[in-house]
Design a protein around this ligand. Structure first.
Ligand SMILES: Cc1cc2nc3c(=O)[nH]c(=O)nc-3n(C[C@H](O)[C@H](O)[C@H](O)COP(=O)(O)O)c2cc1C
Length: 187
């Protein structure tokens, strides 16, 4: 695929359109290597990732559900339907990569610049996955702030969601995009 095709063929493929069949570690390593080449200001390289596959993914799924159930039982009013759906999603994907942002200790940059850099790292992974004909999806469920400890997000980090990866079992249609001419002003 040339660059235009690659960009336009990249899809957010929902887990129900993915098969949980495993993906070789080497392929995931290539995605992460490309993520690591994202642009970033002042060489902060603020992206961090935790890869969950196989048994660790299964354990993560059980631990997240149990910790949300505990909070709900304690009266925190967690949306357990969403928690149940998320558990199902985790069973359908081959790997879940926690997308984490670690801010420069000296805070030399505004936070948004660092989050922008992490997002660019994710796009690198996503485009690489597209070229490998793997399905991918960025999931940012509402309960993310409640599961930091369960996932292993540290005090000095922020959790931006999961990058799901899987083999595509069925193509998911593109929602398309509005005309770019409405978003650009030429002077
Ligand atoms: C930061 C970020 C978070 C996202 N979180 C979710 C999510 O939690 N649930 C979801 O259905 N899609 C999520 N998406 C994917 C969008 O829904 C998807 O990109 C959009 O529908 C356009 O589809 P396309 O990427 O296939 O063109 C997220 C995308 C981004 C960039």
């Amino acid at each position: 695929m040339n660059i235009d095709e690659l960009i336009k063929n990249r899809r957010a493929t929902p887990p129900r359109f993915l098969s949980g069949n495993s993906i070789e570690k080497e392929k995931i390593q290539r995605l992460l290597e490309n993520a690591n080449w994202a642009p970033n200001h002042k060489k902060t390289e603020p992206w961090r990732f935790i890869v969950f596959q196989g048994e660790s993914k299964q354990k993560l799924s059980e631990d997240i559900f149990a910790s949300l159930q505990k909070r709900d039982d304690a009266g925190e009013n967690v949306n357990m339907q969403k928690a149940e759906k998320f558990k199902g999603n985790l069973s359908r994907v081959a790997a879940a990569i926690a997308i984490i942002f670690e801010r420069d200790v000296a805070e030399r940059l505004p936070e948004w610049e660092e989050i922008a850099a992490v997002s660019m790292a994710v796009q690198n992974m996503w485009l690489t996955a597209t070229q490998m004909q793997l399905g991918a999806f960025w999931a940012s469920p509402q309960f993310l702030p409640l599961i930091h400890e369960t996932v292993g997000v540290k005090e000095n980090q922020k959790f931006l969601g999961f990058f799901f990866l899987g083999n595509i079992s069925m193509d998911f249609p593109s929602p398309g995009r509005g005309d770019v001419t409405h978003k650009v002003e030429w002077r």
